[in-house]
Design a protein around this ligand. Structure first.
Ligand SMILES: [Fe+2]
Ligand SMILES: [Fe+2]
Length: 272
């Protein structure tokens, strides 16, 4: 593990600079990160005859759970009433990782690794955007450290993906489809449901409504630099060269769509 919870300068915590929206997002992220252990088991099963990657996957999962632990500590400083155990129990009662699978739900190992890269694009950009839009010093330090890990995770999955791309030789259209599908799934309810459980919302779960609130509070923080870097990383994961006409075209489409989403989210943020 690159760093530990006790390396954070916790004494610098400044309650006056805590924003309620950031606490809500951090609570949701804390639940999703804690679920990293199950994703590590799933990846070890899918890559059962690749012990090198198995070791990498277990190390990766430990780092994700570490992110969850650190976020939990910060949330408990910001909101001592946060009941992590109850929120995590509600979350994992519904969100299940396919632990029994012995092959990737993405159809191939290369596809699995492209999807993992896309997830790391999502996390690296989100923690970067959170870092850039927050004043609380401890949370900024946490986001900076976590974002650095998420960029490194992308690189780690990318390197193994290239190896499997050589072995499995999936067609370009398959690689693009896996990446696009994972991007679309980022809209699915795992994050929204984590937000719902973590924030103790007791009325029945309404995916679209909670998803809109979550999107408003996170995507409104994205700036052009986060979007452009994320789009370039997604293209690279799909094996598209940004200098080809189709690489440029898809890059523009991704940047354009993400830009619209961020602008819509920002427009819905209520002035404080
Ligand atoms: Fe993480
Ligand atoms: Fe990660």
């Amino acid at each position: 593990m690159a760093w530990q919870l006790d390396e954070i300068a916790w004494t610098a915590f400044d309650a006056r600079k805590v924003s309620a929206d950031v606490v809500r997002i951090a609570k949701a992220a804390c639940l999703v990160e804690h679920n990293g252990g199950d994703y590590g088991t799933y990846l070890s099963n899918v890559f059962f005859d690749d012990p090198d990657f198995g070791r990498v996957a277990r190390g990766w999962a430990e780092e994700e759970v570490n992110h969850g632990r650190v976020l939990r500590r910060w949330v408990e400083l910001a909101d001592p009433a946060f009941d992590f155990e109850d929120a995590f129990r509600r979350f994992t009662a519904k969100v299940k990782v396919p632990l029994e699978a012995d092959r990737s739900v993405r159809g191939s190992r290369c596809g699995e690794l492209i999807a993992r890269c896309v997830v790391e694009v999502g996390t690296s950009s989100m923690y970067s955007a959170l870092h850039d839009s927050t004043d609380e010093p401890v949370f900024r330090e946490i986001c900076k450290r976590i974002a650095a890990d998420e960029f490194r995770h992308y690189k780690l999955f990318y390197d193994h993906m290239k190896r499997y791309r050589e072995l499995e030789r999936p067609m370009l259209v398959e690689r693009v489809w896996v990446g696009v599908r994972r991007l679309i799934e980022a809209e699915d309810d795992e994050l929204a449901y984590a937000y719902y459980c973590a924030n103790g919302i007791r009325e029945p779960y309404q995916r679209r409504a909670v998803g809109r609130v979550y999107a408003r509070q996170t995507f409104s923080r994205y700036r052009q630099k986060h979007i452009e870097l994320g789009a370039a990383m997604v293209l690279k994961a799909m094996g598209l060269k940004p200098q080809t006409w189709y690489g440029r075209a898809l890059g523009r489409v991704l940047t354009w769509l993400a830009g619209i989403k961020a602008a819509q989210a920002a427009a819905r943020v209520q002035p404080a």
